[in-house]
Write a protein of this length. Structure first.
Length: 338
């Protein structure tokens, strides 16, 4: 059956963009997908951006030289997207909807239609497409691998079926950043949807030639560091308070940076050491953390006897750094080791 499907898909034509591109970004963030198109040398117009967070929107405008205002996807309509003259333009619409309710690092409430979860905002995309008199020719979704995991696969299949009912051909694959030239172990699910019967293949993997140290600045301004006295005071106070009774081991790197993160959780990235000339992880999702993150250059503390979580891990220059679970911190301070 799989072989038949593959043979059939290869018999379909490849989709070719031969019209000026108008980019529509839902859940735009700072516009990383637009930046990817720029890096690829693709000529396109920033047509519409939907992003409710004012700080993300300010960053987007600063990065891309645009002047978009914030907007709430639950309050806009297809007319706001201004999709017209599809015979003259190719519309690419991205919709990397919130992952907080899908990720293993989140509360895993899911994305079921009508659930009211942040990840459930996916279905606002359905509403907008249903309102469209002319549909975008290409849709691009990116999200955590759990979007097609056991807990969410039924909802994902419902979404995929909806797109098929609108005339889209869907192509889904898990892609890891480390397989495409980026020194980070970041695995994500992508779905490309093309209006019509077309064939699409994802890019082939390529050998990783970079380490994280290749991307770091050799010199960091002193204003980003805490003094040695403050560092010593912090370590002593931490041992007396939140970290009392925890067994620590001093670990040093001869080159590169490692870090000590302390924000009182005890379970996640507290007391973590990261060798930043390898590949690094994403920080655990935790909003409005009261305590600042403190990162040491040149050494740090490792908590002994921990399990398999990302906390208290050391990543060396030649290793693949993990993607840190996404976290919003109020403060981040780079600290020189004494």
């Amino acid at each position: 059956m799989n072989e038949q499907i593959d043979l059939f898909s290869y018999s379909m034509p490849r989709f070719k963009i031969d019209k000026p591109i108008r980019l529509i970004e839902l859940f735009a963030g700072i516009g990383s997908q637009a930046k990817a198109l720029e890096n690829l040398g693709v000529n396109f117009t920033h047509h519409r951006v939907v992003e409710w967070d004012k700080y993300a929107m300010a960053s987007y405008n600063a990065i891309h030289g645009t002047n978009f205002e914030t907007s709430d996807i639950t309050k806009i309509h297809a007319s706001d997207l201004d999709i017209r003259e599809t015979d003259k333009y190719c519309y690419i619409m991205t919709y990397s909807f919130p992952c907080q309710d899908l990720s293993l690092a989140g509360n895993q409430k899911g994305m079921t239609k009508g659930s009211g979860t942040r990840s459930g905002l996916l279905w606002e995309v359905e509403r907008l497409l249903d309102e469209c008199t002319e549909l975008p020719q290409v849709l691009l979704m990116e999200n955590v691998p759990q979007v097609i995991g056991k807990k969410n696969i039924k909802d994902f299949q419902s979404w995929r079926s909806k797109l098929e009912s609108l005339g889209y051909s869907n192509f889904v694959q898990l892609l890891n950043a480390k397989d495409y030239g980026i020194p980070q172990n970041r695995n994500r699910c992508f779905m490309v949807s093309i209006l019509g019967e077309y064939h699409y293949t994802f890019p082939k993997k390529k050998k990783l030639e970079l380490k994280l140290k290749d991307l770091l600045e050799d010199k960091v301004d002193e204003k980003y560091y805490l003094s040695d006295d403050v560092v010593r005071s912090f370590v002593i106070n931490s041992k007396k308070n939140d970290l009392a009774g925890i067994d620590f081991e001093r670990e040093r790197e001869s080159s590169g940076r490692v870090g000590y993160l302390e924000h009182g959780t005890g379970e996640h990235q507290s007391n973590v050491v990261y060798g930043t000339d390898g590949l690094c992880r994403t920080l655990q999702s935790e909003l409005e953390t009261k305590n600042p993150v403190k990162i040491f250059e040149g050494g740090g503390f490792i908590q002994k006897g921990t399990g398999e979580h990302q906390s208290n891990k050391v990543y060396t220059a030649d290793g693949n750094a993990r993607t840190l679970d996404a976290t919003e911190y109020k403060h981040a301070m780079l600290v020189k080791d004494s």
